[in-house]
Design a binder for this molecule. Sequence first.
Ligand SMILES: Cc1cc2nc3c(=O)[nH]c(=O)nc-3n(C[C@H](O)[C@H](O)[C@H](O)COP(=O)(O)OP(=O)(O)OC[C@H]3O[C@@H](n4cnc5c(N)ncnc54)[C@H](O)[C@@H]3O)c2cc1C
Length: 512
Amino acid sequence: MGYREVDMRIPLSVSDKELKQIIGKKECLKNFTYQIILKSLDARNKQKICWQYRIGIQSDEILSGQPPTVEEIEIPHKKYSQSALVTGSGPAGIFCAIVLAEAGMKVTLIERGDNVHHRRMSIQSFESTGILDECNNYSFGEGGAGTFSDGKLTSRTKGISAYRNYIFKKFIDSGAPAEISYMTHPHLGSDNLYKITTNLRKKLEDLGGSVLFNTKLDDLSISENKIKTAITSTGSLESDFFVVAPGHSSYETYKMLIKRGIPFQVKNFAIGMRAEHPQILINKAQWGVEKLPGVKAAEYRLTAVDEENNPVYSFCMCPGGTVVPATAYKHTNIVNGMSLYQRNSKWANAAIVAGIHPWELTGNESTPIEVLEWLEKLESLFYSYSNSYNAPAVLIHDFIQNKSSQSLPESSYPFNLVSADIHQLLPAKIIKTMQTGLNYFSHKLKGFESGVLIGLESKTSSPVQVVRDKELLYSGYKNFFLAGEGSGWAGGIISSAVDGIKVAQKILTIAK
Ligand SMILES: Cc1cc2nc3c(=O)[nH]c(=O)nc-3n(C[C@H](O)[C@H](O)[C@H](O)COP(=O)(O)OP(=O)(O)OC[C@H]3O[C@@H](n4cnc5c(N)ncnc54)[C@H](O)[C@@H]3O)c2cc1C
């Protein structure tokens, strides 16, 4: 049995059944099996938009070659007498806990919010009453920040294929569509994430792990230069290893960790607003037509720099999605985006953010706490502008011309949009960089300037980063690990999950 890989451009109208016939004809093969390795939409020539495939073919009619071996992560299995306590059930926390439990360690996972079912009910109640539950919202609760999201699984981190294979297998075993393993832009959609979240938790419990909902980490007690106990909202929990994976919204957790001597540093981050357009406008700009057969909705990714070389870029684009009120705390306004697997809403949205070093906003040598407090104030300012979860907004062409908008378009955002003078809200430097970027983007994508900007978008990256031991990844104490987006070393579902797994692997090298 031989093997070879071929690249093929396939018309959009071709079905899976027809694909096999095309492969056979093109490769002159009668009996063969095939596997899709990569599939992406090639829309470079709008007259000839097609799928680009890389296909691996196995057949007796092929004389040589072998399929590549699938890279796997190493999980050393043994009987461990020591235990681990993991805080946070987002991608970093759940994958860290699953790897530790698979290896044979006793693991307890605590989560400040409730299970994903109750979390969803709290979100629905927030959107209909305006009353926010600070433990169950778009940022907090089972599954973490990305549960009600587009579930994009792309990551720019290099050298993680073994980790990606492990994570994707777990997702597929938990109900994700198999295509995530070969699409170049894989995504899950919020509807799939809901069931995947539940199934990953069941997996952890089947491995012997315990999960405690409605249990918030409030403090850590330390003696003999080690963390001894986690003080939680439901009591104290002892353990040998402590992994905290709180995401980057958990301000009081950051402050507690800094107070307990966990070292942090300030780093570059980005802030801005979320742009929303009719999806049809984006489809026409990218494809030249309103719809393509068998393709859900057009995406975009835009980047630019201003005259001083400050970056401005689109982030976390949600085709066929909705803009959501993603705040974790009362009386603050933050937006983000989500979509269902079918990506079939009539809107497209994406963060448009400008990169900056926090010291340019807060003054040289500001401490991590001062930077976090600056960000909290900004998030409150966006709330106090409307005195509600109604979001400050402006049309892109008005924003570029330093104007407020006379009227605003219909939006997917569940609360109202309020026409705002953004100069009263965002720092001048951020506005200037965003204006340069938006001007450029409006030349790249036809009609982009007609969209609306909705604010605030402050969670694309964290302004602080934990200081880690380079070899073993612990921070401050040899049995304490900060994992995922909250560590400042990861951002997004995949890189946070990878970070959680790497932390678990380090613990397994030192645990008895
Ligand atoms: C609406 C939205 C859409 C997004 N879309 C995408 C996307 O499409 N693709 C992508 O890659 N990324 C997306 N992201 C970002 C992504 O969700 C995060 O990067 C990722 O979830 C970070 O994983 P994490 O495990 O580090 O933290 P989180 O997912 O934030 O999880 C942290 C968990 O810890 C819990 N917690 C916090 N503090 C405590 C405490 N003191 N005690 C107990 N529990 C605590 C929280 O309740 C939460 O469940 C999106 C985020 C949002 C909000």
